[in-house]
Design a protein around this ligand. Structure first.
Ligand SMILES: Cc1cc2nc3c(=O)[nH]c(=O)nc-3n(C[C@H](O)[C@H](O)[C@H](O)COP(=O)(O)O)c2cc1C
Length: 283
């Protein structure tokens, strides 16, 4: 029977430079580039680049990452058979056929998929990525139990990240926090016999207490995004970074809605998604 401990062992088998517990910097499109991803991996976590559907920009970033890792003296980074980072793709905007050549060329340790238009889309993505680079593992982030069950049975990713309602960036407009989502999804997956896919948690985890809680709930590692918006290595406007650092009582000052996407132009996100922002009174 799979457990959090043997999931952690499995994850370390292909992320040999990582320390325990597994800490992941989430792929934040437009914010998480190679400087952040390589720093996190070199510190013993798994850093992810967030791709914005520009493959030439991604290629530049991956070339930069490759040279940063090449100059590292860390033996487990040097011994890695894959590029010791991950790349996140938004499945509703990126096309698998554009991504595949990148994965073939750079062989990242992990590809992270999120926000497909339909849950059934992940299967084709995963097959295409696995044939492009069999060493690369493919993870999918989902925001509810139904998504976890569907993806586990149909697409069979190498890990599932359960994104709770506290998450920064886009997520399901309606959702539960990790404290109920992780155990409910773990139980549902167990009932269906899907115990071999490691679970990760994301959403509102910012320090050791949150990490410990996620591990206690059954996750084998955690992904954090907002926490890294406060780092020196992230690409963010200083005013936006100051607002993140200064925010207090976050549940009161932020609101998850579609407003930001609507203001930016036609909202291209799948119907279920929204994102948190500072609450503004437009009345
Ligand atoms: C600024 C920002 C941008 C994000 N962009 C992406 C993205 O491009 N792709 C993705 O899969 N997740 C993205 N996310 C969501 C993360 O994958 C993750 O679910 C989230 O950061 C976890 O919650 P936390 O921010 O409370 O740590 C983003 C998150 C933030 C904060």
């Amino acid at each position: 029977m799979a457990s959090r401990n043997n999931w952690a062992t499995e994850l370390r088998s292909y992320l040999p430079w990582t320390k325990s517990p597994l800490l992941i910097s989430a792929p934040m499109g437009g914010f998480a580039w190679s400087t952040l991803a390589t720093s996190v991996s070199l510190a013993g976590g798994l850093g992810l680049i967030g791709c914005l559907n520009d493959m030439s920009q991604l290629s530049t970033q991956l070339t930069q990452a490759r040279s940063t890792f090449a100059s590292s003296s860390n033996p487990s980074i040097q011994a890695s058979k894959t590029l010791p980072l991950g790349i996140g793709f938004l499945a509703f905007i990126c096309k698998a056929e554009d991504v595949v050549p990148m994965i073939k060329e750079f062989k990242p340790a992990v590809v992270w998929l999120f926000a497909a238009k339909r849950l059934g889309d992940y299967k084709g993505w995963i097959e295409a990525l696995r044939s492009a680079s069999p060493e690369t593992k493919v993870w999918v982030q989902v925001g509810n139990v139904e998504g976890a069950l569907h993806v586990a049975k149909d697409a069979r990713p190498d890990a599932i990240c359960l994104q709770g309602a506290d998450a920064g960036g886009h997520g399901f407009e309606k959702g539960a926090g990790v404290i109920s989502l992780v155990p409910e999804a773990a139980d549902a997956l167990k009932r269906e016999g899907c115990v071999d896919i490691p679970l990760l948690a994301s959403g509102g985890i910012v320090d050791g207490r949150g990490v410990a809680a996620a591990l206690a709930l059954g996750a084998a590692g955690v992904a954090m995004g907002t926490r890294f918006l406060a780092s020196k290595e992230v690409s963010i406007h200083p005013v936006a970074q100051a607002a993140v650092i200064e925010a207090e009582d976050g549940g009161q000052v932020t609101k998850r809605s579609k407003l930001f996407d609507q203001l930016k132009g036609p909202n291209i996100w799948p119907e279920a998604y929204a994102m948190p922002g500072y609450e503004v009174d437009l009345s």
